[in-house]
Design a protein around this ligand. Structure first.
Ligand SMILES: C[S@@+](CC[C@H](N)C(=O)[O-])C[C@H]1O[C@@H](n2cnc3c(N)ncnc32)[C@H](O)[C@@H]1O
Length: 332
């Protein structure tokens, strides 16, 4: 596994990375995302926040031979691209500009991103106003003022996706939390087809040194479907993830759940299916394995246990160090 970014543990250097949103995607995960998004041999791959070109390098490694395009606000990031085997030609069609404010000439058949994770309190007032207008025009309603920049990258990229195109996004799990999240996901999933949502156990965390739970979302611009794949990744095994996405059997490295959108958006896309949570509360000492648990008979919405399950899951899947929710102890 190639690691090109050594994160400073704290201090000014680390703060500078946070301000610019400069955390590079690990190569094992970039390869999974780039492989999936370029599977149909699109002519162009677009990344709205190129950084060192992590996804460009991963796509080339996966055999992509088309054009590389994108945006980057801080071109100093390209310096790390040489370590990935990229050259000036690979960045030739990257515009040095703010992706959010840019007018884009056309749509793209393949879009991939790990957008800058910049929280609302770091955004300037005029930027907030621009983002508010962006949500209003793309969704038909404004989003909660506490939504971070990364959500607007997703929104704008979805609208730039060509018919039949593929989009892969790496986002913090907080996009599935908060009061406006279910309205947001319902609207997105009415317009685009959610193919898969991936969550990561601690042992497979894409950013182990950063206090953020990551998720990956795969979308196509096709008629939406009610079912999608929900993956729990337990080991940093990119081949095992790609195999599951290709319809092969899951392994110990990845567990797979076929979920209904209505259930998943209601439960929260970052959380396991509701019946798995109840199972965990009924069988609290199950080993920490990436395996299917037997469905429970209890309804999630009406029992007092459900409230505890919801709380346990919220705690485990939102912030900070997490315990696997399906082995959360059944004590309040
Ligand atoms: C999380 S990094 C991801 C980089 C790379 N794609 C990867 O996955 O490793 C996000 C990148 O977006 C850049 N960035 C921040 N704000 C931006 C903006 N408004 N428009 C375009 N790029 C931006 C940052 O400089 C950073 O390089």
């Amino acid at each position: 596994m190639r690691t090109i970014q050594k994160l400073p543990a704290s201090g000014g250097e680390r703060e500078a990375l946070r301000v610019k949103g400069q955390f590079w995607t690990p190569s094992w995960l970039a390869k999974v995302m780039a492989g999936w998004v370029t599977q149909g041999r699109p002519e162009i791959l677009f990344d709205p926040a190129v950084g060192p070109g992590t996804f460009f390098a991963a796509a080339r490694e996966a055999g992509f031979a088309g054009e590389l395009r994108g945006f980057e606000l801080h071109p100093d990031a390209f310096a790390d691209g040489w370590k990935l085997g990229l050259g000036p030609d690979d960045f030739r069609q990257v515009q040095i500009a703010d992706f959010i404010s840019a007018a884009l000439p056309g749509k793209f058949p393949a879009i991939i991103s790990n957008p800058p994770y910049i929280r609302h309190h770091r955004l300037a007032q005029d930027q907030k106003l621009e983002l508010k207008q962006l949500a209003q025009s793309h969704l038909g309603f404004a989003l909660d003022g506490r939504v971070g920049l990364h959500v607007f990258f997703l929104l704008k990229c979805l609208t730039q996706l060509a018919s039949g195109g593929r989009l892969a996004f790496l986002l913090p799990a907080d996009v599935c939390e908060g009061i406006s999240s279910s309205v947001f996901w319902n609207r997105i999933c009415q317009q685009y087809r959610l193919i898969a949502a991936m969550t990561f156990a601690d042992a497979a965390a894409p950013f182990p040194a950063v206090d953020t739970n990551a998720m990956v979302f795969l979308f196509t611009k096709e008629k939406p479907k009610e079912d999608f794949l929900w993956l729990r990744v337990c080991e940093r095994d990119g081949d095992a993830i790609s195999a599951v996405l290709d319809g092969k059997k899951p392994s110990n490295a990845v567990s797979l759940h076929h979920r209904k959108l209505t259930e998943a958006v209601k439960t929260g896309l970052s959380r396991p299916p509701a019946h798995k949570i109840i199972s965990a509360l009924r069988f609290p000492v199950l080993p920490k394995l990436c395996v299917e648990l037997p469905p429970a008979t209890m309804s999630f919405s009406s029992s007092p246990v459900s409230n505890f399950a919801r709380m346990a899951c919220r705690r485990n899947f939102s912030d900070g160090p997490s315990v696997e929710p399906w082995i959360a102890p059944a004590v309040a």
